[in-house]
Design a protein around this ligand. Sequence first.
Ligand SMILES: C[S@@+](CC[C@H](N)C(=O)[O-])C[C@H]1O[C@@H](n2cnc3c(N)ncnc32)[C@H](O)[C@@H]1O
Length: 213
Amino acid sequence: MARHRDEPGWEAALAAQLASGLLPSDARFNRLFGERLVPLAALHFTPVAVAARAAAWLTAGGATSVADLGAGAGKFCLVGAAVTGADYTGLEARPGLVEVARDAARRLGLPAARFVQADVLTAPLARYDAFYVCNPFAEGEAEPDEWLDPVLPAPDKIAAATALAARLASVPAGTRVAVHCGLGAPMPDGFRLVSSEAMGRRGALLECWVRRR
Ligand SMILES: C[S@@+](CC[C@H](N)C(=O)[O-])C[C@H]1O[C@@H](n2cnc3c(N)ncnc32)[C@H](O)[C@@H]1O
């Protein structure tokens, strides 16, 4: 029987459930991040089913080191580390969210999910062989949210998204990039769209792109 979320060890049960291929509800998973972040998670963090699908596709191409560019509290990386054998690194500008993500990885027993405070516009990307992006610059478009750190990492969203797209343009041929809810700018030339599926909140797309050879 599933442990109650407040019972000691419920996080290990959650990780075991994910590893067995049974996806928990987002409401259950998001409890990991604490009461304060639950409303934010419901609006801005990747749904469990989308994270599992994206991670499976990214690693099916042989990737062993996956980066989430704008990791929030780490939901994509945590799910990915639980359902695949690859290593995941979440790059996130807000130190408070990095701490929440590290704590969640520790409680879930997922050392393959690591988190780094970094700016995705300048952080080295060469060590990763696949990427996940969930519209990192979109916050505040629809609603003012209480992020752990209220400072906007990128005041000029279009310029930031365009700069991130330009960085992706230089990844090696064959690199897989999964994009959920858009990048905020067009994907750069040289990428082929493999699939596009409506999943997640309000039918948001999960797009799977590959850098052409
Ligand atoms: C949509 S949320 C995170 C979703 C997350 N990928 C997930 O799987 O749940 C986007 C995140 O990007 C972060 N962000 C925005 N600009 C950034 C930048 N320049 N560098 C790093 N992180 C950034 C925000 O702080 C926010 O946490």
